[in-house]
Design a protein around this ligand. Structure first.
Ligand SMILES: NC(=O)c1ccc[n+]([C@@H]2O[C@H](COP(=O)([O-])OP(=O)(O)OC[C@H]3O[C@@H](n4cnc5c(N)ncnc54)[C@H](O)[C@@H]3O)[C@@H](O)[C@H]2O)c1
Ligand SMILES: O[C@H]1[C@H](O)[C@@H](O)[C@H](O)[C@@H](O)[C@H]1O
Length: 347
């Protein structure tokens, strides 16, 4: 994190980052790079909405606004790229960064589709080295890290099941059923693969009668069942218009015990005849420290000339599971996941 006295600019050899997409997540990452993270500065912001890019650039010393990512990458003051545009725009941005061999932190999903994710992976394999870290920030969350350590250390015995809940207050306009899988459940898909160290082999989706708060065309909530290569099951309640808060919970059940994350609410207050704490209202609040650690890890690795963290293989595998999930969502049938062979570069 920012060192005492490092000040604005991040030091002479700071990573010079172009942030693509300056909406909710992009603007938060700009703030993080500018004010929280050490060793980096934001030298360019790019948005198809030029006015928004200008407004964000105005608040950051030495930052130039662009509407074209390639122009920003070629202008001479960029040596790393953070992609925070919507999922369908990620492939073009990733390929442009790979063409210039620039390190990338790409927000999840890598791409919303297995074919496009495969094209991205092929391009990175052609480079011969990893260049992109995928923004699966839960891998940097303290509670998830504790659960991972417990499972890896055998503290629960062999893992049998994960029970997950993913609740958002409300969806933005234009949020589709496919996005419930590609944008929301993709986090549980990655977390399941990572926590258990197994691939997901099949997906089923069942839907209760929708909440009256669900927008037209969105059957919300849904229950997604993931089967893994080691015979474990993960069930995910995805409820993206729950109204009351942002809640991410996961209980792992093993042969010798269970462990559950996502119940911590910080301060518990006893007052007015009640006890309890607050529920976070959004991901920026719930996962603030995880995003900080994720971006700092990326910056530190990029400055050492390496790429670590969730890989393009992880992004591709998640995209393949999502694709099966979206098919299961519409057909109602259990849908198997097809994965290509894992290139040796990804271990
Ligand atoms: N890790 C997380 O918890 C988390 C949370 C929210 C969003 N995200 C991800 O971050 C990304 C952005 O989401 P958001 O909520 O900030 O979206 P948003 O709609 O708030 O912002 C997206 C911005 O990108 C711009 N944009 C669109 N197409 C572009 C293009 N081709 N080039 C440059 N800019 C373009 C839009 O004008 C907009 O300003 C998505 O991939 C999303 O899944 C991740
Ligand atoms: O893009 C967002 C983001 O990834 C959040 O972490 C998730 O909770 C939302 O469901 C999703 O829409």
């Amino acid at each position: 994190m920012k060192h005492e006295g490092e000040g604005v600019g991040g030091g002479a050899d700071a990573l010079r980052v172009a942030v693509i997409g300056t909406g909710r997540m992009g603007s938060d990452h700009v703030r993080r790079l500018d004010r929280v993270i050490s060793g980096a500065r934001v030298s360019a912001v790019i948005d198809v909405d030029g006015g928004r890019a200008e407004r964000i650039a105005d608040g950051v010393p030495g930052c130039t606004a662009y509407t074209d990512a390639a122009a920003a990458m070629d202008a001479g003051d960029v040596n790393a790229v953070l992609i925070a545009s919507p999922g369908p725009a990620h492939e073009a941005a990733l390929l442009a960064a790979f063409a210039r061999d620039l390190p990338v932190l790409c927000e999840k999903p890598l791409t919303p589709g297995a074919e496009s994710a495969l094209r991205v992976m092929e391009a990175e394999v052609k480079l011969g080295h990893r260049r992109a870290q995928v923004g699966f920030m839960r891998r940097y969350d303290t509670e998830y890290l504790q659960l991972k350590a417990l499972l890896d250390g055998g503290g629960l015995g062999r893992a049998l099941m994960l029970h997950c809940r993913h609740r958002n207050v409300a969806t933005p306009p234009g949020f589709t059923e496919a996005m419930m899988i590609n944008d929301s459940v993709v986090h549980e898909i990655d977390a399941t693969r990572w926590l258990l160290g197994q691939e997901i082999t099949a997906v089923s989706v069942v839907k209760p009668a929708p909440s009256s708060a669900a927008p037209d065309g969105l059957s919300d909530p849904q229950l997604v069942l993931l089967e893994t290569s080691g015979g474990a099951l993960a069930d995910v309640e995805v409820f993206v218009n729950c109204g009351f808060g942002y809640q991410v919970q996961c209980e792992a059940v093993g042969e010798r015990g269970s462990a559950r994350l996502g119940d911590a609410h910080g301060l518990y207050v006893n007052a007015a005849g009640r006890w309890g704490g607050a529920v976070a209202q959004d991901y920026v609040d719930r996962f603030r420290e995880a995003y900080d650690r994720e971006v700092q890890h990326w910056v530190d690795a990029a400055r050492r000339g390496v790429t670590e963290g969730p890989s393009v293989w992880d992004g591709y595998a998640a995209a393949a599971v999502c694709e099966a999930g979206v098919r299961a969502q519409t057909s109602g049938a259990r849908t198997e996941v097809t994965l290509t062979a894992r290139p040796p570069m990804y271990g």
